[in-house]
Design a protein around this ligand. Structure first.
Ligand code: HEM
Ligand SMILES: *[C@@H]1O[C@H](CO)[C@@H](O)[C@H](O)[C@H]1NC(C)=O
Ligand SMILES: *[C@@H]1O[C@H](CO)[C@@H](O)[C@H](O)[C@H]1NC(C)=O
Ligand SMILES: *[C@@H]1O[C@H](CO)[C@@H](O)[C@H](O)[C@H]1NC(C)=O
Ligand SMILES: *[C@@H]1O[C@H](CO)[C@@H](O)[C@H](O)[C@H]1NC(C)=O
Length: 261
């Protein structure tokens, strides 16, 4: 028994230690799980870019240059868009005039990280930066068709806010949070959806949240993000069009209501 184990171990060691001796160069963007000393944060996209080496694999030293290059190589984002996103995020590093942030900086609650996320628990209710299956399922239940519409995305956002406000006494969601949150909810459309309709393939979205992401072929600009954010924002409005059929109501009821208000 012992000998067998020994041989198996030895064989495994030899196979895994064997250098890549054929013509294939190692892929620098191969997926690798983070090591115990690597930082990861609440952003599924930055985590996955780090897992693929588009951002530093240790989750540190996210300089403007590294962010611009990583978003360009990994997501086909225009350099000006990468620069804009980085400029908004550098406050995460508390040092004055910081030139980089780390993924761990992003975990600080109520700075950039916020309540009612699609896939993370509220800080007051659990771990606010690791994937949480319960929370994810609560969001995912609204993606009811193979092609997810802006309304379905908005439903996830509204539901998570409702759930948070009802269950979390420390629920906090400012106007600034709203702007960031809309950007995050729109992000799957930006990364691999359809700008025309603001919709996104559910399989790809599930793949992204559960495993990683796939790259878009068209260049993405800041205008594209603003456009998608506006579409999702409009979809969070719970009013519909149309008129109410007042004439068909009994007269007493109509008068009662108009009299009350
Ligand atoms: C410098 C660039 C970026 C920074 C600093 C950043 C940071 C963050 C942070 C702090 C959160 C957590 C918010 C929360 O509490 O829910 C977050 C969430 C998110 N980010 Fe990013 N992000 C960046 C770029 C991107 C990009 C390019 C995408 C995809 C196109 C993306 C997709 C998402 C999504 C989908 C979420 C929501 C996760 C959830 O609600 O569970 N992010 N990001
Ligand atoms: C951080 O990234 C910059 C490139 O943006 C690079 O020049 C520098 O060597 C990196 N520093 C560390 C500590 O990795
Ligand atoms: C940060 O930058 C500002 C403006 O360039 C400068 O006045 C200030 O001294 C810097 N602070 C530190 C701690 O380097
Ligand atoms: C996952 O989220 C649920 C619902 O908010 C929460 O009760 C639970 O503690 C979270 N789990 C972790 C590991 O944070
Ligand atoms: C969604 O994407 C998957 C994976 O690329 C593909 O197999 C599927 O046909 C797509 N669904 C629709 C409705 O386009």
């Amino acid at each position: 028994m012992k000998l067998t184990n020994c041989i198996v171990t030895l064989a495994t060691t030899l196979v895994s230690a064997r250098p890549q001796d054929d013509a294939q160069p190692p892929n620098p963007h191969e997926w690798m799980a983070p090591g115990p000393n690597d930082f990861r944060g609440p952003c599924p996209m930055l985590n996955t870019l780090a897992n693929h080496g588009f951002l530093p694999r240790d989750g540190r030293n996210i300089t403007k240059d590294n962010a611009i290059a990583g978003f360009n190589d990994g997501l086909n984002f225009k350099a000006s868009l990468g620069a804009l996103l980085w400029d908004q995020a550098i406050i995460a590093n508390p040092e004055p005039n910081a030139t980089f942030f780390t993924l761990d900086h992003l975990n600080v609650h109520n700075l950039l990280e916020h309540d009612a996320s699609l896939t993370r628990a509220d800080a007051a209710l659990g771990n606010n930066h690791i994937f949480n299956k319960t929370v994810y399922e609560a969001s995912r239940q609204w993606w009811t068709e193979e092609i997810v519409t802006p309304e379905m995305l908005a439903n996830s956002k509204i539901f998570r806010q409702l759930e948070s406000r009802a269950k979390n006494p420390e629920y906090r969601f400012t106007a600034t949070t709203e702007a960031f949150s809309l950007g995050e909810v729109a992000a799957p459309v930006v990364a691999f959806g359809d700008f025309e309709t603001g919709s996104v393939n559910r399989t790809l979205m599930e793949y992204f949240f559960e495993l990683g992401w796939t790259k878009k072929s068209d260049e993405v600009t800041a205008k594209d993000i603003t456009g998608m954010t506006t579409v999702i924002g409009k979809a969070t409005n719970l009013l519909t069009g149309g008129t109410n059929d007042m004439e068909s109501m009994p007269h007493g009821k109509r008068n009662l209501h108009s009299g009350m208000f």
